[in-house]
Design a protein around this ligand. Structure first.
Ligand code: ZN
Length: 427
């Protein structure tokens, strides 16, 4: 145990004696996780700070609360001395950013309805001590994961696209230990499993798909579904040329916006937008990136171990779904997500799940506008034949999974004076 930690215990002992008869209720603190802790551990009926008497036990001793807050803070912060931070008087103190406990409470939205509580905890129990980030000169785990994804992306874009899994372990940065380039794919897979980011799309789920062309297209699944193998000549965000996938959305307007926006970006000026509704003929198990759990606050001790994975996941999903600039480099920019998609489709193994059928990615504006990529090709589609729903246990390659409802297909002419402003379109 470090000297500073030992000293902290002594201060806490001192504070303990001074505050052993002080109790606080959950109404005196404005932070849901801390309120929940107080309710679960209440031993007294009288709050020393607001003066309220309750009929049931609703208050905890202030030392018990301070001990809980200390455990929470110590998940991310430590004592600068214990963390090996040099102290240079000439330079004005510790050689890293430090925080007092008031700073930490404020930055993490822990509010007290009574200043006396805060003062008792900060000054009596914590003795106005300073904190710094744990391992302040290292790279936080969430950043380490993100740098791994960036490093992987750079290598498959500019170094090797087809044999990256044979590369020897290498450093991602000067601070990181050597690791295999592809390890980030396994890490992402583990995080997906850890948070159960799966969803079963039930039979009958409606998914829209569209095409924007210079002429009207036929209202059939051959035209409106994924292209056949010989026609899959374009590279897309999740699929290289030759390996078509089904790109869809749960809302027809998303399709319109995405296609028109993409067309405007590519300066193609196509004229006819055709959108149709497919329904699923079997259950489809998809990875759901649109429903990532919230990042736990500092004072939610029960979920603090999830913070790094969730911080990474949010940044990663933003990165893979961001618009790609129109400078002619799209096919290269798509390579990392194309490899990731193949990993989900062919490599990733999940306990209790036979196969992954695709994934959902979020629209920042509304869950309703989420899009999906399904590992389905033209041969998995049919039309107007929803009577023979498929069983889930068949391994037939040609298993029909999507049925186009041809009467839902509509085609409209998009005037050439449509202009776009990011995702908003005006006539
Ligand atoms: Zn109170």
């Amino acid at each position: 145990m470090g000297f500073a930690k030992q000293q902290m215990i002594e201060y806490q002992d001192k504070g303990y004696h001074a505050l052993q008869n002080m109790f606080v209720c959950d109404k005196c603190i404005d932070e849901p996780s801390v309120q929940s802790f107080i309710r679960k551990n209440a031993t007294h009926m009288f709050c020393s700070y607001c003066g309220k008497s309750y009929k049931r036990k609703k208050c905890v001793n202030i030392n018990t609360l301070a001990n809980y807050l200390s455990q929470c803070i110590r998940t991310e912060f430590g004592d600068p001395d214990d963390e090996g931070v040099p102290y240079l008087s000439k330079e004005g103190g510790y050689m890293t950013k430090t925080y007092d406990t008031y700073d930490i409470f404020e930055k993490n939205y822990l509010e007290f309805k009574n200043d006396e509580i805060k003062r008792d905890i900060v000054e009596e129990v914590f003795d106005n001590r300073l904190w710094c980030r744990i391992d302040p000169f290292g790279v936080p785990q969430n950043k380490e994961l993100y740098y791994s994804w960036e490093s992987f992306s750079e290598i498959v874009k500019y170094k090797t696209r087809y044999v990256f899994y044979k590369l020897p372990p290498q450093n991602k940065s000067v601070f990181s230990p050597k690791s295999y380039v592809f390890k980030i794919l396994d890490d992402i897979s583990k995080i997906i499993s850890e948070f159960n980011l799966y969803k079963v799309l039930p039979i009958g789920t409606e998914i829209y798909r569209g095409r924007f062309e210079n002429k009207k297209i036929k209202a059939d699944y051959i035209e409106l579904g994924p292209p056949s193998l010989e026609h899959a000549t374009k590279s897309n965000r999740m699929s290289p040329a030759g390996i078509p996938l089904f790109y869809g959305s749960f809302f027809s307007e998303t399709i319109e916006h995405e296609l028109i926006y993409f067309d405007a970006k590519m300066k193609n000026k196509r004229k006819f937008l055709t959108v149709g509704k497919f329904v699923t003929l079997r259950e489809l198990t998809v990875i759901d990136f649109s429903n990532i759990p919230s990042i736990p606050g500092l004072f939610d001790l029960s979920r603090s171990h999830q913070s790094d994975s969730l911080l990474f996941l949010k940044e990663f999903v933003q990165d893979v779904s961001k618009p790609i600039s129109n400078n002619g480099s799209e096919p290269i920019e798509y390579v990392p997500t194309q490899i990731l998609t193949e990993y989900f489709r062919h490599v990733m193994k999940i306990k209790g799940i036979n196969r992954i059928d695709g994934f959902i990615y979020p629209c920042s504006k509304s869950h309703k506008l989420n899009s999906c990529t399904l590992f389905l090709q033209s041969e998995n589609c049919t039309q107007d034949d929803i009577t023979s729903f498929q069983t889930n246990d068949s391994n037939t390659k040609n298993l029909k999974a999507l049925c186009l409802i041809t009467k839902s297909v509509s085609s409209k002419r998009i005037p050439s004076n449509w202009v776009h402003d990011k995702e908003v379109f005006y006539l």
